[in-house]
Design a protein around this ligand. Structure first.
Ligand code: SF4
Length: 403
């Protein structure tokens, strides 16, 4: 039986960080009962179209899922496991936490509910940077939250943000990173470069010239030093922004990068689900996109049973494009066998083999320039991967290969 991953989006945060363009809202009150009902109904709908699958991983993201009462996490997990039996025991179940809404009892309750992995938004080891970002926790509370989580969970990850103007001098970032690794000692880190999305407060500040962002060479240098520092401490980069000790890679996020099927539940959540066509000969992958607005999402569930604003079949080209964009993000790349199998599985009516032979000659061209490397990851397994120095150019590389 095929496996599937499940993402649950919790849309609420205590306040909005200045760089955030996630679908998250600060709140005055939350109607937990109607949220629970909506999650349950939407999961039932998703199960009716996904067919029988085994649950590979589950991820509570947001927003700030640590604002969810443990009973709600418990009820959602119970329902999910009823609808899709777990692929093995235990499966990876991650819950994102922020330091200000995390405490020991809550973490114990989450663990008892079935959560196996905690991901904490530390973001910085300097209070002035946290303040600039609009974060409402302090370095001290982040350290306490991580220590507390490590006492309860074996698998703890943290998020940090770098390459903003506080890191103009490269040592400012490498010192901060070393401090985080040495102080927090977690087996997994997600290290993201700051971005300035339109519509956010940080974008406005940038437009107003309130700070000078780093240029792309400075950012690339910081990226390389991030690899060096993390490797010194035994953390290997396995994806563009993710670093782990062996065996602690995020299985859920690997579902996205390996282009497996996943269901997205909650406001603004998206999913990719393969559904058999009526003649059962071919399976088509569909993109699901839920309403962003929480009330609209709930209303839609009440009236038609799900909160998806669009459900779109993906064309052969879109599938290939997404598979490539995601797969090239992983350090080990994509196996050429998988690419070939992928091409074989495409529905005949859409087949465009010339396009794909053109693809391989473009790969050759990039290979000659050292941008793409083909390597034997394991015996008899050749992978197409982006060279470490070109990791920040993945979108450009994928676009070149596809179009
Ligand atoms: S805590 Fe996360 S989701 Fe919430 S506003 Fe900040 S960055 Fe956005």
């Amino acid at each position: 039986m095929d496996e599937i991953s499940l993402y649950i989006h919790w849309p609420y945060c205590v306040s909005k960080c200045i760089y955030c363009d996630f679908n998250s809202y600060s709140f005055s009150s939350i109607d937990y009962a109607s949220m629970e009902l909506a999650y349950i109904k939407e999961m039932e709908y998703a199960a009716s179209i996904s067919g029988q699958r085994r649950l590979r991983t589950l991820f509570f993201g947001g927003g700030t899922p640590s604002l969810m009462p443990p009973y709600l996490v418990h009820n959602i997990l119970k329902k999910a496991k009823n609808l899709w039996s777990p692929a093995h025991t235990p499966i990876e179940i991650t819950l994102e936490c922020n330091p200000e809404s995390t405490n020991e009892q809550k973490l114990i309750d989450y663990k008892n509910a079935g959560v196996t992995r905690i991901s904490i938004g530390v973001q910085s080891m300097r209070d002035e940077i946290l303040k600039f970002m609009g974060r409402i926790h302090s370095v001290g509370s982040a350290i306490d939250a991580v220590a507390c989580a490590k006492g309860i969970f074996d698998n703890v990850s943290i998020d940090m943000i770098y390459a903003h103007h506080f890191h103009k001098a490269p040592s400012c970032w490498t010192d901060e990173l070393s401090k985080a690794i040495e102080t927090l000692r977690v087996p997994h880190m997600s290290l993201y470069q700051i971005s300035y999305p339109k519509g956010t407060k940080i974008f406005r500040q940038l437009q107003e010239g309130k700070f000078m962002p780093l240029d792309e060479n400075e950012v690339a240098d910081l990226y390389r030093s991030t690899d060096i520092v993390t490797e010194r401490f035994g953390l290997q980069r396995y994806e563009v922004s993710n670093y782990s000790m062996p065996g602690y890679e995020s299985e859920h996020n690997k579902s996205y990068w390996e282009y497996r099927d996943y269901i997205g539940i909650g406001p603004g959540a998206h999913g990719r689900i393969s559904i058999s066509e009526p003649n059962n000969k071919f399976r088509r992958k569909f993109a699901f996109q839920a309403h962003l607005n929480v009330e609209k999402w709930k209303r839609s569930i009440r009236s038609i049973g799900h909160g998806y604003e669009t459900i779109t079949p993906l064309s052969e080209e879109q599938l290939f494009c997404e598979m490539l964009m995601m797969g090239l993000r992983m350090r080990e790349g994509i196996s050429t066998k998988k690419i070939d199998e992928f091409l074989k599985q495409t529905t005949p009516r859409e087949s465009s083999s010339e396009k794909f032979s053109e693809f391989w000659s473009k790969v050759e061209a990039l290979h000659r320039r050292g941008i793409i490397s083909m390597y034997d990851h394991r015996e008899h397994k050749q992978n197409l991967r982006v060279s470490p120095n070109s990791s920040l150019l993945i979108d450009e590389i994928a676009s070149f290969l596809i179009f």
